[in-house]
Design a protein around this ligand. Structure first.
Ligand SMILES: Nc1ncnc2c1ncn2[C@@H]1O[C@H](COP(=O)(O)OP(=O)(O)OP(=O)(O)O)[C@@H](O)[C@H]1O
Length: 331
């Protein structure tokens, strides 16, 4: 794990990112005012419920938003001296869908390495090296395989190796373990962490799983209804998370509570992003701390004493969670 306090070398700054959807003559703001900095070699986990806007944020970073959606307001500022390599590479949720079903694995490496201008005679050897880095050996056997001949976990390893082939400074991993069994999930996330550290590659890990986020990142960014509501170092999260939504996510994560009896669902439902009241706090209808102020005005983002960022009128006091009987997965 990288020590967040020593990470100062900025790779990507996302400033006031907004993603809008134009529909029936109206513009709907789906993502509203994302500010996030990722340092070189740093692992940032983006967590939140399904529909909170994690994948849209990732697609904006990759410059892959679908045509109906438009990124505006902010800028993505890359500090990487690119030297011809792409700034970011992505591993997708569904590795089978990400691989071309009618190209053998070796052909897919050849396609990527050709775009990286790797000479033809060096490509096969490079593909072998990449497969060995993701622990697929003997690599020659896998290079001849079709995607349908591989398990989901092996397909995700191939996707990861293809992403590594791009030599990018940032790996964006959008739910990279969805659909994999628990053992394979852990293996894939551990492998991503090892490769990241070996290559000093930054990681934007998108996940619903707070426990996995805390284990595999330096900082956690909590997303609710198209906004970041809290960002703080992973190692401090259980103790210092102050947004009521962050606290609700902790109480809703089986790996983070001591007994199943302490497990609580997150109250209410995510508001429909396309029809949201931008003047109010987006969490107010689900929040036990809400007051009329939360309905009348959206809270600003403030810096906290623990070095994080918080968007809430009535946050929990710092260190409040240490009184809860939580299992510390980040020891
Ligand atoms: N192409 C699109 N057109 C219109 N709305 C979209 C489009 N893509 C996503 N949305 C909407 O944007 C919101 C955020 O979606 P997004 O996929 O980013 O959420 P998410 O947090 O990644 O969810 P999940 O964890 O399920 O992948 C959702 O309300 C979704 O319906």
């Amino acid at each position: 794990m990288t020590d967040p306090s020593t990470v100062t070398d900025s790779l990507l700054e996302i400033r006031n990112l907004r993603i809008e959807l134009a529909s029936h003559g109206r513009t709907h703001t789906l993502i509203d005012g994302i500010d996030l900095r990722i340092a070189r070699g740093e692992a940032v986990a983006l967590i939140g419920e399904s529909g909170s806007g994690k994948s849209l944020t990732a697609l904006a970073v990759m410059n892959l938003l679908p045509p109906a959606l438009h990124a505006s307001g902010g800028a993505l500022r890359w500090h990487e001296a690119r030297g011809g390599a792409p700034a970011a590479a992505m591993v997708f949720q569904n590795p089978r869908a990400a691989l071309n079903p009618v190209r053998r694995i070796g052909q897919q490496f050849d396609d990527v390495l050709r775009t990286m201008r790797v000479p033809r005679r060096a490509r096969a050897q490079r593909a072998v090296q990449l497969l060995e880095q993701v622990a697929m050996s003997p690599a020659q056997r896998y290079l001849r395989a079709w995607p349908h001949e591989l398990s989901g976990g092996l397909c995700q390893r191939v996707s990861l190796a293809l992403a590594l082939a791009r030599e990018a400074a940032l790996l964006v991993a959008d739910e990279p373990t969805t659909g994999l069994d628990a053992v394979t999930q852990s293996q894939v996330l551990t492998l991503i962490g090892e490769l990241r550290r070996a290559r000093r590659m930054a990681l934007l890990l998108i996940t619903h799983d707070l426990g996995a986020a805390l284990h595999h990142s330096d900082r956690v960014a909590v997303m609710h209804a198209g906004q970041l509501v809290e960002v703080l170092p992973s190692r401090d999260f259980l103790r210092n998370a102050r947004h009521p939504y962050s606290r609700a996510l902790i109480s809703a994560t089986p790996a983070l509570v001591s007994t199943l009896g302490q497990l609580r669902g997150v109250p209410g439902e995510l508001p429909e992003l396309a029809h949201i009241d931008r003047a109010a706090c987006r969490f107010h209808a689900r929040c036990a701390n809400a007051t009329p102020q939360c309905v009348e005005a959206a809270p600003p983002v403030v810096e906290t004493t623990s070095g994080g960022h918080l968007r809430c009128w009535h946050p929990a006091p710092a260190d409040a969670l240490s009184t809860l009987p939580l299992t510390d997965c980040h020891a």
